[in-house]
Design a protein. Structure first.
Length: 142
């Protein structure tokens, strides 16, 4: 409206800014459009994120830099957040619940009813790793 008043009615810039209670720097401000290189980098991040849904922001940033775009990890994270392309954090493994977890000792009702397994880790004299899977099956006690 202020521009129309200056151009159409012949008012001065100072008068219009005083009437509309604008600072003159605000009246003269012209928005800066994003540079073409920045738009291309942003589009590359979106494309890479859609191609590789399982990758996080840092890996997408590295891939964009390999393609020749100059972009920081922080900017990639911002773009992915704006476009809702973030990868959800991995869910923590839920602990098993119930009688099968060994919370209550069970008595064997028949052969092979109750059993347990465990990995045993040790080292040899020369320093090599030695791992064993031990499986124990309890038979019915009379």
């Amino acid at each position: 409206m202020a521009t129309q008043a200056v151009v159409g009615n012949g008012c001065s810039e100072r008068q219009v800014c005083r009437i509309f209670k604008l600072h003159r720097a605000t009246y003269r401000y012209r928005p800066k459009w994003p540079r073409l290189a920045r738009q291309q980098a942003q589009q590359a991040v979106v494309d890479l994120s859609l191609e590789n849904l399982e990758l996080g922001g840092d890996k997408i940033a590295a891939m964009a830099r390999k393609r020749g775009h100059s972009i920081s990890n922080k900017r990639v994270r911002q773009i992915r957040a704006e476009e809702c392309l973030t990868v959800p954090a991995p869910r923590k493994k839920q602990s098993r619940r119930g009688e099968s977890t060994g919370t209550l000792p069970q008595k064997a009702a028949y052969r092979g009813h109750v059993w347990t397994w465990d990995f045993i880790h040790d080292t040899t004299i020369k320093g090599g790793a030695f791992r064993t899977l031990s499986v124990v099956s309890l038979s019915k006690l009379k």
